[in-house]
Design a protein around this ligand. Sequence first.
Ligand code: FAD
Length: 447
Amino acid sequence: MAFPTQSKYIIIGAGIHGLSTAYHLALELKARGKGNGADILVLDKSGISAGATGIACGVIRNNYFQPAMRELMAHSVKVWESDAEAYSYHPVGYMQISSESMHEDVATIHQQQQAIGYKSSFIEGEKDCTKYMQAILHDWQAQGITSVLHEMPGGYANNTKAMYGLADKAEAEGVRIMSGVKVTGFDQNAEGSIKAVETSKGKIETEYVVIGAGPWVKQFWEMLEMPKSIDIKNAQTGEISTDIPMWTYWSLQEGTLGVDPKLQVTNDGEMPPVIHVDTDAPLYSDEDGSLITDKMWGIYYKPDFHFGGIQGGAAPFIVDKPADEVAVDPYGPESPEFIVGVEFAHMWVSALAHCQKRFSGTMSKFKNEPSGGIGAFTPDSFPVFDKVRDNCYLIADSNHGYKMLGVGKLVAEDICGADSTLLEPFRFSRFAEGKLHPVSNSPFPWS
Ligand SMILES: Cc1cc2nc3c(=O)[nH]c(=O)nc-3n(C[C@H](O)[C@H](O)[C@H](O)COP(=O)(O)OP(=O)(O)OC[C@H]3O[C@@H](n4cnc5c(N)ncnc54)[C@H](O)[C@@H]3O)c2cc1C
């Protein structure tokens, strides 16, 4: 097929947001009699799932302290549920297990989940939490846990498999997905409208562009001459913080314990919920008993046949360099700089053993293969979903986004003229207006 010189809609990035937008835009255009999937071209410099989407743990949950995030996640969970098979979605549920410092925050989350009809149970008090956990996983032994939020929907999806399912659905609607085409710039008119996308293979004229570039978002932000740093208003005091860098990178710490995934079945032999623990209980080495940390720490894990073991992660850390100096490429496991090392393995497997006895003595099974990757975060660590030109939509998820399969559906509706109330709290203007999201006590930047 010849290289295209024109496409009504161009979507940059074949990760979860680019593909979800492509598929849902095709459906939306068709439903409104405004076109169909053949009007949409997805471009990726590498290929489907080549970015953060392809290395994500794939956890899907509602548990967020911020009401706007929770409502958005509830919407996305429905999209996952709409075709669990094609999306390789495992609705095993999700558990937020916390020490006292997070009790109040999580109680609020539970109350608000009740208000929006998201099914969850909330267990309080150390004794009852232990009893509840041991009724599901007999060897549960984490001390100092005073609340368990058990979300019944949610779970996880197999990262790349789900994306091939989504790409198939988009292609079945006539969408064209091109790999190996790098976008290098935009041809804009005096008003800033994009007339064409410049690529490594030639120029493509277009009427509308959607950017879903994940960790590469900063490059597109600069191509569009958006500000490198911004001012942020504190709505309570009216004070303005000036010159805050727009993008910061965090390094995500994930890995796989190469045991039989069936090691982690419930007492009834079923696949368990995804476990997420945040606690300030001292963490000791499972190898030699030395203290690893007496500060707040957090981990998450699940048995996963796709990864071949128990897969999960721990709290990420900030890449301590100005964003201009961070090399996004080579990405993920191919980056010598941002893969996890022995320290992560030691902490994470010790933390697994802290929680469940069955993981004690398994340190040698940690898969010694490169894993982890970086994400691009906004100043408040929440997404920016917004029109950055009259004909250009930016999806910058601040690394929250594998679970957000529904965002592409909402963006497609937004593009077709139905202003989305769920996306409204994520506009870029919130920083200048001081309409920021509340901050929780979690050690993770995205809770
Ligand atoms: C290690 C790790 C674990 C994670 N785990 C989870 C999780 O369990 N749950 C969760 O909800 N989220 C998770 N996330 C976050 C989630 O993966 C991301 O938020 C999400 O995948 C971002 O999707 P995206 O479509 O925006 O970007 P990406 O998936 O990164 O896709 C962007 C695409 O753009 C392409 N591209 C870049 N530049 C150009 C260019 N110039 N021209 C053409 N194409 C270009 C890239 O090749 C890439 O394929 C995790 C992230 C990481 C790094």
